[in-house]
Design a protein around this ligand. Structure first.
Ligand SMILES: [Zn+2]
Length: 218
């Protein structure tokens, strides 16, 4: 008789019988193991802590014994399975990378975003009508020059590397790095006149949920 601790309940399991059913082509041995019930510890009685009551164990139906299937694999086959799993995971990672690249290209077809400058509240509807999108950090922005042309914007290259993309339970989030918005009140030649489009070298610092953007695309 073999005794060991059940991995979940830490109840000591007593093994009464082990019957070899078959050895498959991978050399794995399939057993039916009769052992003491891990739920009631072989007593056939289960204590319901919540009700402060006890009753017939539902797992072994009061017999105190259960028959379980057990497969024991050879080390070689175990290693083979492990290799297969690693290969599968690598493939999945690769696919994810491709999906992300496609996502970036789809969301930012020009590789740029055009972030609005100045007061946008009063022209919000107009911006929306031109496919403008909003995020709490950058405010209203466009992803196509055509949409942005009637507004005062500055263009930023979207340099998103795959490692910068975080996947959350809400979908994809792009971590963009570093933008410094030109100051609205600046009257320097660099900024230009109202209506001009300004291009500066900058990067994003904030994330926004791409999944929302995608919904608009589909
Ligand atoms: Zn039981």
């Amino acid at each position: 008789m073999v005794e060991y601790n059940h991995k979940e309940s830490e109840v000591t399991i007593m093994e009464f019988n082990r019957e070899l059913i078959k050895t498959d082509r991978n050399g794995s041995k399939h057993y039916i193991v009769t052992c003491s019930c891990p739920k009631c510890g072989g007593t056939g009685i289960f204590h319901y802590t919540y009700f402060n009551a006890q009753g017939v164990c539902f797992k072994c139906e009061g017999t105190g014994k259960v028959a379980v299937k057990e497969v024991i694999r050879t080390t070689e086959y175990e290693e083979k399975l492990n290799q297969r799993r690693l290969a599968r995971q690598a493939k999945e990672r690769e696919k994810k990378e491709i999906d992300r690249e496609e996502l970036i290209n789809k969301v930012f077809p020009e590789g740029k975003v055009y972030i609005t400058l100045g007061e946008t509240y009063s022209i919000k509807e107009d911006i929306k009508a031109h496919n403008g999108r909003y995020d709490s950090f950058n405010g209203w922005y466009f992803t196509c020059a055509k949409d942005a042309q009637n507004f005062k914007t500055f263009a930023v290259d979207v340099k998103v590397a795959s490692p910068d993309i975080k996947v959350t339970k809400n979908g994809y989030w792009i971590t963009m790095v570093a933008v410094e918005k030109p100051r609205e009140e600046s009257k320097s030649q660099y900024i230009g006149n109202v209506g001009d489009k300004v291009e500066i070298e900058a990067t994003f610092v904030r994330a926004f949920p791409i999944i929302l953007v995608l919904v608009l695309f589909l």
